[in-house]
Design a protein around this ligand. Structure first.
Ligand SMILES: Nc1ncnc2c1ncn2[C@@H]1O[C@H](COP(=O)(O)OP(=O)(O)OP(=O)(O)O)[C@@H](O)[C@H]1O
Length: 264
């Protein structure tokens, strides 16, 4: 499915795991940079159990969107709600009701602590048992590396550890900001397959910011294309393919072509 003007205030009011309702966000100008009117009257709903990929040209506001949901930025107007299925959400960003797992482009591990301790810290912060660290590392193939320091791991292994840290807390909402873009193509492909496997184990909501249309169509249930300033949803594609998906599925190539056409 593809269409214009699919910002959806009606859907936002109807509820969801992540609901941005008529959000405005402007970064004030400085002496060296003009004001950035990134979002205006922007609405988006991510349903429970849905993974939405956000693609778009550099600077359109994809990361800003993620930061608003994470509560790292506040909207100037409108509301951002992120909550667990029971609906115990917060008004701005992910509140105490929502368990959040975040994977950034860089693993952001604490280099002076073993991998296991890195995961344990995230668990403690979420009020979850630290004993969940080892199973989480096992799920990403790093059980044998639990007592190693991040500097002893490869880039792909470090990003696996970051994925383990995000999923260890059994998150209601997963936020992924270009999670595999710093990796070589084959390692990225392996991690996308791993993420698909982790995603299939429990029902969560997710937002994936990516520059890769391949990654977007492979992982997501819906791909939205952001464009313009302030950003609007210029197109939207539903990926109605059952999981597990194969990266070689010809249906993905067809969707990929359509997303690329929207980006050009
Ligand atoms: N903290 C900030 N202060 C000032 N301006 C900001 C801030 N964060 C983002 N911006 C500006 O807001 C706009 C959107 O930035 P954002 O990082 O959300 O875009 P993006 O789509 O994620 O870009 P990219 O694909 O390059 O990562 C950019 O013009 C950026 O310079």
């Amino acid at each position: 499915m593809s269409g214009e003007g699919v910002n959806d205030p009606g859907g936002a009011r109807a509820g969801g795991a992540v609901v941005l309702d008529t959000v405005a966000k402007t970064f004030p100008g400085t002496r060296s940079a003009p004001e950035q009117r990134v979002l205006e009257d922007f609405s988006l709903t991510v349903a429970h159990g849905e993974l939405v990929a956000v693609v778009g040209a550099s600077g359109t506001g994809k990361t800003t969107l993620l930061h608003l949901v994470a509560g790292l930025e506040s909207p100037d107007r409108g509301s951002v709600r992120a909550g667990p299925p029971a609906g115990d959400g917060a008004d701005s960003g992910a509140g105490p009701g929502a368990r959040l797992g975040v994977v950034f482009q860089q693993p952001r591990l604490l280099d002076w602590l073993p991998v296991r301790t890195n995961v344990e810290l995230a668990l403690k912060a979420a009020g979850s048992p630290p004993a969940h660290a080892l199973p989480a590392l096992d799920a990403v193939g790093l059980a044998d590396y639990a007592d190693q320091y991040p500097s002893m791991l490869s880039g792909g292994q470090r990003q696996r550890a970051a994925v383990a840290r995000a999923f260890a807390v059994d998150p209601d909402i997963v936020l992924l900001d270009e999670p595999f873009s710093a990796l070589d193509e084959l390692t990225g492909r392996r991690l996308r397959l791993l993420l698909q496997d982790l995603w299939s184990r429990a029902s969560r909501a997710g937002l994936l910011v990516t520059h890769s249309p391949t990654e977007a169509v492979f992982l997501a249930d819906r791909v939205i294309v952001l464009a313009g300033r302030p950003a609007r949803i210029a197109a939207e594609h539903r990926v109605d393919l059952p999981r597990p998906r194969s990266p070689e599925d010809p249906a993905l190539f067809d969707l990929h072509r359509r997303v690329v056409a929207d980006l050009l």
